[in-house]
Design a protein around this ligand. Structure first.
Ligand SMILES: *Cc1c(COP(=O)(O)O)cnc(C)c1O
Length: 380
């Protein structure tokens, strides 16, 4: 029997406790597990303990995938996927404007192990055509992107990739599975930093990949050796958090839309980047591939970095902090955080100004958030 999203969030994957009849998955902390009468050898680093599998099944179902693996961080998921699919001599195409950690991994690790990469601007997916080489094995995207919420036409990319038999993977962290299901648009592998919306409470690190049974199995064979598995307590925390994922994301979506409209008309704000706004260059595509526009946005204030930081210090509810996707609203300056190591020239090319503020809109009352922003914007 298949269930709707809200039901999947609450129930799917839960381990049936036939000893205590508790409604929640028990936390199985053992790393030493008997094998004589077991069907398979279980061990946390084999990604096959009940707590890990409960989360993997819930997420795979939400993403319309067959199976998945849960990792100890988003970067563990990303690096394991890359180093499974790619070997010495292969080539990967990376969308511009990826998460900073992924870019550093490409620049510092891929070249060192003989894997070539090319960055491509996917505003027009046809840009892929002259970048694809005979040894291209993977195309990797991220939409909406950080921090300008650029939108890539997922179906257009997968159409090109499938015609050339190239695997596609996407970082779906910003959208969450509630707003976007890339597998239904032809993507092979979906990756999440579960640290963000999936957990949603800014109190743990986790990551995930979901895909077909076959691809998941081949990634698992490397994952065993790389050792980025998640422990039972963290798995349970994530499973518990995901029960409210759809509720939280719906509230993030409506709050963010309200904030985007409010900031767009604020005299101290130069420009707002939010895919839900008709003025956003990716709005039309976002409308076709997303069910909601998400809780992430950014805006340029009228002023410089000092002004932006002055404004942040005046905020009373919204916290200046790195990371995103939690119930609490956060702001940060990309030039001081995610893009601190990117050169000023390159930042300019990407459109990331010193006056840019990234805003992870939480689930607080929207009027309180607007009042907080208004008083802080007036105070610098
Ligand atoms: C945070 C983040 C990651 C990395 O995840 P960690 O859990 O910090 O390892 C990857 N992609 C995106 C889009 C992120 O926001």
């Amino acid at each position: 029997m298949s269930f709707k999203t809200d039901t999947v969030c609450v129930h799917t994957g839960a381990y049936h406790d036939d000893k205590m009849w508790g409604v929640n998955t028990p936390i199985f902390t053992s790393s030493a597990i008997g094998y004589l009468d077991a069907d398979v050898v279980r061990y946390p680093r084999y990604y096959n303990t009940p707590n890990q599998k409960a989360v993997a099944e819930k997420l795979a179902t939400l993403e319309k995938a067959e199976d998945g693996l849960i990792f100890s961080s988003g970067m563990a998921a990303i690096t394991t996927v890359f180093l499974t699919l790619l070997k010495h001599g292969d080539h990967v195409i990376l969308q511009n404007d990826l998460y900073g950690g992924t870019t550093y991994f490409a620049e510092n690790t891929l070249n060192r192990v003989g894997i070539e990469f090319t960055n491509v601007n996917l505003d027009n997916p046809e840009n892929l055509l002259d970048k694809i080489r005979p040894n291209t094995k993977l195309i990797y995207l991220e939409t909406p992107s950080n921090p300008l919420l650029k939108i890539t036409d997922i179906a257009a990319v997968t159409k090109i990739a499938q015609a050339k038999n190239i695997i596609t993977a996407i970082d779906n962290t910003f959208a969450s599975p509630i707003n976007q299901n890339p597998i239904t648009l032809g993507i092979d592998i979906v990756i999440h930093s579960a640290t963000k919306y999936l957990n949603g409470h800014s109190d743990m690190c986790a990551g995930a990949m979901v895909s077909t049974n076959a691809l998941t199995q081949s990634i698992k064979e490397n994952a065993f050796r790389f050792g980025g598995s998640i422990d039972a307590n963290a798995s349970y925390l994530l499973e518990r958090s995901m029960k409210t994922l759809s509720l939280r994301v719906e509230k993030h979506n409506t709050n963010a839309m309200t904030m985007a409209r409010f900031l767009s008309s604020h005299p101290k704000v130069e420009r707002v980047y939010y895919p839900g706004l008709e003025s956003h260059p990716g709005h039309t595509i976002a409308k076709t591939q997303m069910k909601g526009f998400g809780g992430m946005m950014s805006f340029d204030i009228k002023g410089n970095l000092t002004d932006a930081e002055k404004m942040m210090r005046k905020l009373k509810i919204i916290k200046p902090a790195v990371s995103l996707g939690g119930v609490e609203s956060l702001v940060c300056s990309p030039v001081r955080t995610s893009h601190a190591k990117v050169t000023a020239e390159e930042r300019l090319r990407q459109g990331v100004k010193d006056s840019l503020v990234r805003f992870s809109v939480g689930i607080e009352d929207p009027n309180d958030l607007m009042n907080d922003l208004d008083q802080a914007l007036k105070a610098y």
